[in-house]
Design a protein around this ligand. Structure first.
Ligand code: AMP
Length: 285
């Protein structure tokens, strides 16, 4: 595995022709890797000739007072996991590479970026889309791999790809969970034992919503109420949002439309924000 820390060295690594390594798969991450990330890496390895992973804790997607400073990092362990997975190139740029002095260009996917997570994290998705577009332009992947865990992010990236005619195929892969149901997240390590136990109400609430939908419930209010009851039983959790939205525009919907509905929730456990969702439909460009 070749590790590149500068854009110049990444360009050199990609320019050197590698026989039989035509199709490039790309997995953008913020590091502190877990099985969720590795599921994306494995899919990329299966479906492409060359796999590039980026590890970059992108400051522009963190707001003031958010957890940029305490975001968990372990680049050495990450690199050894990626080497073991057979990744070809690891790109780990410094901030000065991605945002040199005088940087002024931002990508806004209007309308989708202010809802759900965007309403409590203003500017977050603008940071995400800007850095992802930069990475797409540098790497020119045929396929890019994202997790359904961040469903709004995947929906927004799909919109950006469509609107800007980017020649990349989006692959959105299922949420990988711990044995007890909690969605894997780099931030889980920040939870205390009690917070982690309380956080299980989040996947439990989503399982309840899914079961209700499968049993024929279509009333969004009933779904939200059932999830609210589950989560509010945990005094350590503060609800950020519980939402039933249409996948196409992320607008709240009164009735579940099978094949076009995202049920998503975000909670705070102490200083740590956790998200999870269940999806009926496909996120595609
Ligand atoms: P992050 O490092 O948190 O920015 O995540 C990098 C990519 O991994 C994103 O596309 C996430 O959606 C995806 N991801 C994070 N957690 C999971 C998970 N539990 N299962 C599947 N994909 C995940």
């Amino acid at each position: 595995m070749k590790t590149c820390r500068t854009i110049a060295s990444l360009r050199r690594a990609l320019a050197a022709p590698i026989p039989g390594k035509g199709r490039v798969g790309f997995v953008p991450t913020m590091g502190y890797l877990h099985e969720g990330h590795l599921s994306l890496v494995r899919a990329s390895r299966r479906e492409n000739d060359l796999t590039v992973v980026s590890i970059y804790v992108n400051p522009s997607q963190f707001g003031p007072g958010e957890d940029l400073g305490r975001y968990p990092r372990d680049p050495r362990h990450d690199a050894s996991q990626l080497r073991r997975e057979g990744v070809d190139i690891l790109f780990m740029p410094a901030d000065a590479e991605m945002y040199p002095p005088g940087f002024r260009t931002w990508v806004d996917v209007t309308g989708l970026d202010g809802k759900l997570c965007g309403s409590s994290r203003p500017g977050h998705f603008r940071g995400v889309t800007t850095v992802v577009l930069k990475l797409f332009m540098l790497l020119k992947p045929q396929r890019a791999y994202f997790g359904q865990k961040d469903a709004q992010q995947a929906r927004i990236i799909a919109q950006m790809i469509r609107d800007l005619n980017l020649p990349v195929r989006l692959r959105v892969l299922p949420i990988v969970r711990d044995a007890d149901g909690l969605a894997l997240s780099s931030r889980n390590v920040l939870l205390s034992v009690e917070e982690r136990r309380a956080a299980l109400a989040l996947p439990k609430a989503l399982r309840r919503a899914r079961a209700l939908i499968e049993a024929g419930e279509r009333d969004s209010r009933a779904l939200r109420a059932a999830m609210m009851a589950e989560i509010s039983r945990q005094p350590l959790l503060a609800i950020d949002y519980i939402a039933v939205v249409r996948l196409e525009d992320l607008e709240e919907t009164a009735r579940v439309e099978p094949g076009n509905t995202l049920v998503a929730a975000a909670v705070r456990a102490g200083r740590t924000r956790l998200i999870d969702n269940t999806l009926s439909g496909e996120i595609e460009c």
